[in-house]
Write a protein that binds this ligand. Structure first.
Ligand SMILES: [Zn+2]
Length: 324
């Protein structure tokens, strides 16, 4: 880890979050701006630049560079390809453009990979050389840490555990395929399945919690309903955990890994969901690979994106992505 500061940027479909980060993983100051995604790539890059300049302020001499976590596949030369939720982006040379504008090195990485890097350097995966990192939220993102580095694959697209097929003729996923684990447990799909099961049930705790407004049914509501004893909510969440476990076991078997670190908005689920994941994983991981298999909660919450992006600069050995 280099000594100094780095700016970490977490580029999302609605918000650009940025932080000035120390080599110990402390966020010294932060900034938040709307992404302006609907206005296209130039507007979005302008917002990133604005957030970065705000943070640089008087500490510019101590800042080593800027790391960015973005949706989409990121090639080795910092080109962002087809990010979901960013309309008009086909292939954008984000690293190069931003580096020219602000005069500092810029490193770009996929957002789920950035979260994996953050947990590896500052969170639940600290000290672990090899693990699978999962971000359970709107979608199901993944990142693979191998030998203490992010595994990006030959073209930068590795780690898509969310698009592991768990039912070949299952529901259509956002990616266009059928039966991906994301198409069962991603936030929107999970909420939709909850609505289908309770819409005709006047005694549902889920409907009571949202005052009958289907638009407000989301995983946090399911968690609250399950904890209040609602059997439908509990069943749905146990089922989601079981299905996630099926995908995780495939990942662990494929890569000979023993640890899954899970974060993301939906990952704040009750412990019984983790128990369902763990028993599903234990059932399906090959016997010789079973000893020491663990599924743990990520430690860094909403800050993982910023911290992982900053780590690209503070510890460049973590990712071979193209530094501009
Ligand atoms: Zn998919």
């Amino acid at each position: 880890m280099k000594s100094g500061l780095a700016v970490g940027v977490d580029l999302g479909g609605t918000t650009v979050k940025a932080g000035l980060v120390s080599s110990e993983g402390m966020i010294v100051s932060s900034a938040k701006l709307p992404t302006l995604a609907a206005e296209g790539p130039d507007a979005v890059i302008g917002q990133i630049e604005k957030a970065v300049r705000h943070l640089l302020g008087s500490t510019r001499e101590q800042v080593l560079g800027v790391g960015i976590g973005t949706p989409g596949v990121v090639s080795y030369d910092g080109v962002v390809k087809y990010p979901p939720n960013l309309p008009g982006w086909t292939e954008v040379h984000l690293g190069e453009v931003l580096s020219k504008r602000i005069g500092l090195p810029v490193a770009v990485e996929n957002d789920a990979n950035a979260a994996a890097i953050a947990e590896s350097r500052f969170g639940s995966g600290k000290g672990e050389l090899n693990f699978l990192s999962v971000v359970w939220g709107t979608g199901v993102g993944g990142g693979i840490i191998l030998g203490g580095k992010i595994y990006r694959g030959p073209f930068g697209g590795a780690g898509e555990i969310g698009h592991t097929t768990i039912k070949y003729d299952g529901p259509v996923c956002n990616c266009g395929n059928r039966g991906c684990v994301e198409a069962f447990v991603g936030q929107r799909y999970l909420s939709q399945r909850a609505i289908e099961r309770v819409e005709n049930d006047p005694k549902s705790k889920i409907l009571e919690l949202v005052n009958g407004d289907f638009n407000r049914v989301e995983p946090a509501v399911l968690s609250a309903a399950a904890e209040a004893g609602d059997p439908v909510a509990r069943d749905l969440l146990v089922e989601a955990g079981t299905l996630l476990g099926v995908a995780f076991a495939s990942g662990l078997n494929l890569l000979d890994l023993r640890l899954v670190v899970m974060g993301g908005g939906v990952s704040a689920a009750p412990e019984f969901v983790y128990d369902a994941i763990r028993s599903s994983v234990r059932e399906r991981v090959l016997t010789p690979l079973k000893p020491g298999v663990r599924v743990v909660r990520a430690a860094l919450g909403n800050e993982a994106g910023i911290l992982g992006a900053a780590a690209l600069i503070l510890d460049p050995s973590v990712s071979p992505s193209g530094l501009k």
